[in-house]
Ligand binder design. Structure first.
Ligand SMILES: Nc1ncnc2c1ncn2[C@@H]1O[C@H](COP(=O)(O)OP(=O)(O)OP(=O)(O)O)[C@@H](O)[C@H]1O
Ligand SMILES: [Mg+2]
Length: 362
């Protein structure tokens, strides 16, 4: 007896996306089912190219279809389409091509936000996502240095009054650092207010189609954070902390601010978590690591992973080549990739949950 499409769909209804807790059919992830006698092919369209569970989901599909009597060859194509964040409440700035926006924040300075933001952006781009990196540190931009584009001149589309981001390591980058030396164009922001600059980076940059726009924030809970949260439906914030941030009170500050602003918390990243000795490659827990995990548990937010303290990470950032780009096979790069996967996972979950959180605006 020939296999029917209904049999395939029924079987795939038993396969769940472990993060989204729904079956692949309900999640509309199954596309292009083709049946040729007893042979079957179809596509599973995941919500991120950075899905760490890709193999498991494919395996689960095979197992589910294996139960159909008389089934022949099963060909599965795994693809990914990042789903867009739904608008919440009143939106000041429309960013039609930008599907998700992720703020990288911290309660205090120097914890490694910019280093983490740059490596996350590059890692997601390496995994096949279209990525933007917006440096919202208006007075102390460090992204141009870390990405090795300190001398870049930003181009301006005068007719459309748009800034064209600089493309580097497959990531579209914008930073105040590019504008300080730029021409006398009218679109270039010169005002005194951080919030004006952040708004311009959201509104007047030709981002194009972006799966993940990573925003590197200045430390603390100031104007940039406020503007970003109010101007657009932020998909979520990740909070970077170091193990020394005793009792995590610093992380608490950042998290409470985003909660007040109705921004979902994607999770906590512990940076400079443990010392990875460059000579013997063994791990030393100098600052009694684990604070990030404890803080995440206490605040009931996901823990996204830990990045070791390693001289190489600093040196590579200073040389303008983020670790995941220049040393992709190192243990440090591996840590950044794991964190990038965890962030992408939480973004998928936040996007899926968003409509339920939708505020009703009278
Ligand atoms: N995991 C790490 N191992 C070693 N050095 C690191 C690590 N993460 C960051 N650094 C270094 O620590 C310093 C501060 O990092 P970074 O500029 O990314 O922090 P930040 O939180 O963005 O700072 P600010 O609050 O000033 O914006 C930099 O010199 C950077 O190279
Ligand atoms: Mg910084």
């Amino acid at each position: 007896m020939a296999i029917t499409e209904q049999q395939i769909i029924d079987a795939l209804r038993t396969v769940k996306d472990p993060d989204l807790h729904k079956d692949l059919v309900t999640l509309r992830m199954i596309k292009e089912i083709k049946i040729d006698g007893s042979d079957v092919s179809f596509t599973v369209d995941l919500t991120t190219p950075a899905c760490p569970l890709k193999e498991k989901i494919e395996e689960d599909c095979r197992e589910a279809l294996g139960g159909i009597p008389g089934i022949g060859t099963i060909s599965i194509t795994m693809t990914a389409t990042v789903r867009a964040t739904q608008a919440r409440g009143v939106q000041q700035i429309e960013m039609p091509g930008v599907k998700t926006v992720i703020a990288v924040a911290s309660g205090k300075g120097g914890v490694g936000k910019s280093t983490v933001a740059a490596n996350l952006a590059c890692a997601l781009a390496q995994m096949g996502a279209s990525v933007g990196l917006m440096d919202a540190d208006i007075y102390g931009p460090s992204i141009p240095l870390i990405m090795g584009i300190e001398d870049a001149q930003v181009e301006v589309d005068e007719a459309k009054e748009q800034l064209i981001p600089i493309e580097r390591f497959g990531v579209k980058v914008i930073s105040m650092g590019f504008l300080q030396r730029a021409s006398s164009s009218a679109v270039i922001w010169r005002g005194p207010m951080v919030s004006k600059a952040v708004q311009q980076f959201l509104r007047d940059v030709r981002w194009g189609d972006i799966d993940y726009l990573i925003v590197d924030l200045p430390p603390g809970t100031g104007d940039a954070q406020l503007t970003l949260s109010q101007a657009i439906p932020l998909t979520g914030a990740v909070v970077v902390m170091t193990p020394q941030d005793a009792a995590a009170s610093v992380a608490v500050k950042a998290i409470s601010m985003f909660r007040r602003l109705d921004v979902p918390i994607l999770g906590i990243i512990e940076n400079m978590s443990f010392f990875l000795c460059p000579t013997c490659n063994c791990r030393h827990d100098i600052f009694s690591h684990g604070g990030g995990h404890q803080a995440a548990d206490a605040l009931e937010v996901p823990f996204l992973g830990e990045i070791p303290l390693h001289a190489q990470i600093r040196a590579e950032a200073d040389e303008g080549t983020p670790t995941v780009v220049i040393s992709p096979d190192s243990a440090e790069a591996e840590a950044f990739v794991r964190v990038a996967e965890a962030v992408a996972q939480q973004v998928s979950i936040a996007v899926r949950r968003a409509p339920i959180d939708l505020q009703v605006v009278p």
